[in-house]
Design a protein around this ligand. Structure first.
Ligand code: NAP
Ligand code: F7E
Length: 350
């Protein structure tokens, strides 16, 4: 049985990936950070909270990283943890560089020094391309011109992964993933924000939806399919970089229109442009060419734009309907970890 270590296990991708790896028979270990209010709602929502081994620690703390490796003895590491919100990276550029950028080197150093045979997945992003092109499809050879502290930090992680792959002969593969969404996407990201507000408007719980740059265009895919690509990258004999995308691009405005049309409303009656959500710089358009992933990983996206809007809108309507009927949800009830089920790193024998 293989051991997999996921950093960022409480996030959208970490949760879907944990589920996928459990189904494939892996022992799944996850690095989580202790917060004053526990944050396991996604793991509970997908019914896997009791099936994974949670190890507390922080990415910025080298001891945490050494400990998590020692406890999990991973065959595969999926390094997903990051300060992943572009907008927040303008507010906290140094913390973003520390967590999203430098922490990758901490992970790679652990592998280089003590776990040479461990395979590593690095979570690269389409944001690294920044303003390189117009609506041309971007592939693994396209130029990177990051436009945010987040993107610059991710690009650092991408290059350092390449350096450790080539310089030390380590198995480090990078996915260059374009935006991918789901019903467990963080509520601050535009797709989830739109469906959440639309559902609240539908149930008369909200009057307006406040957004920033609605002309931005993104290549939106469905998250559960994207974590399969991560897994496939680590099953290859050789490490490489792969674009994971749908090769379609749509504006935020189109997403808004599709979501509101789905519930029979006209978004124009509710939309307010709010300058607070306009970033100092914003990537205007992104579209990804996933031909290499199709050819070499036998991966391609199945769920397209309209289906994603529908899946997310249905989930949100159900959630707010449940709320109105007094139903309790995983995210309403902070789940304090059962002390007995947590792995205590300081008890691991030498
Ligand atoms: P997410 O939902 O924001 O999850 C981020 C994870 O990182 C959370 O588990 C978070 O823990 C953890 N984390 C943040 N700071 C940490 C720290 N200092 N120590 C330990 N853990 C920390 O992100 P996602 O959407 O799943 O994305 C996964 C990865 O792919 C990220 O690296 C993201 O940048 C990248 N990516 C995402 C997309 C996308 O469209 N989703 C596209 C390309 C690349 P808490 O729960 O405690 O906050
Ligand atoms: O913004 C515009 C915003 O925050 C998408 C992360 O997962 O994908 C994500 O980054 C677009 C931008 O995602 C609002 O300006 C308008 O143009 O949903 P987002 P993102 O910045 O593309 C990449 C691939 C990652 O790697 C990241 O980790 O929508 N927009 N109005 C807005 N965005 C937000 N969040 N809120 C608004 O009110």
């Amino acid at each position: 049985m293989k051991n997999a270590l996921i950093t960022g296990i409480t996030g959208q991708d970490g949760t879907y990936l944990a589920k996928l790896l459990l189904n494939k028979g892996y022992n799944v270990y996850g690095l989580y950070r202790r917060l004053s209010t526990p944050n396991f709602w996604r793991l509970q929502d997908l019914n896997i909270y009791d099936k994974i081994n949670l190890i507390s620690g922080d990415l910025t703390d080298l001891s945490s990283i050494m400990n998590v490796f020692k406890v999990s003895q991973p065959d595969e590491v999926y390094h997903l943890a990051a300060q992943s919100f572009v907008e927040a990276s303008f507010e906290s550029p140094l913390a973003t560089a520390e967590v999203t950028g430098l922490s990758t080197t901490r992970i790679l150093e652990a592998v280089k020094l003590f776990y040479n045979n461990t395979k590593v997945y690095y979570a690269g992003t389409s944001e690294m391309y920044g303003s390189s092109y117009d609506s041309t499809s971007l592939d693994e050879n396209s130029v990177f011109k990051p436009m945010s502290p987040y993107a610059a930090s991710k690009l650092y992680g991408y290059w350092i992964s390449n350096i450790y792959r080539n310089g030390y002969n380590l198995f480090v593969s990078s996915g260059i993933l374009f935006n991918h969404e789901s019903q467990i996407r963080g509520i601050e990201f535009v797709t989830r924000k739109i469906v959440n507000d639309a559902a609240k408007i539908y149930y008369n719980l909200e009057k307006k939806i406040k957004l920033g740059n609605i002309n931005a265009m993104r290549d939106w895919g469905y998250a559960p399919e994207y974590v399969e690509a991560m897994y496939k990258m680590l099953q290859k004999d050789k490490p490489d970089d792969y674009v994971i995308a749908t090769n379609e691009t749509h504006s935020v405005k189109e997403f808004l229109e599709e979501a509101f049309n789905y519930i029979g409303l006209n978004y124009e009656k509710y939309l307010e442009i709010d300058k607070r959500f306009i970033r100092p710089l914003d990537v205007p358009v992104l579209k990804g060419d996933y031909s290499k992933a199709k050819r070499e990983l036998n991966w391609e996206p199945k769920t397209k734009f309209k289906d994603i809007v529908k899946i997310m809108m249905d989930a949100e309507l159900k959630r707010w309907d449940g709320y109105l009927k007094g139903k309790k949800f995983a995210w309403d009830v902070p789940n304090y970890p059962n002390e007995n089920s947590l792995l205590k790193t300081y008890m691991v024998k030498k």
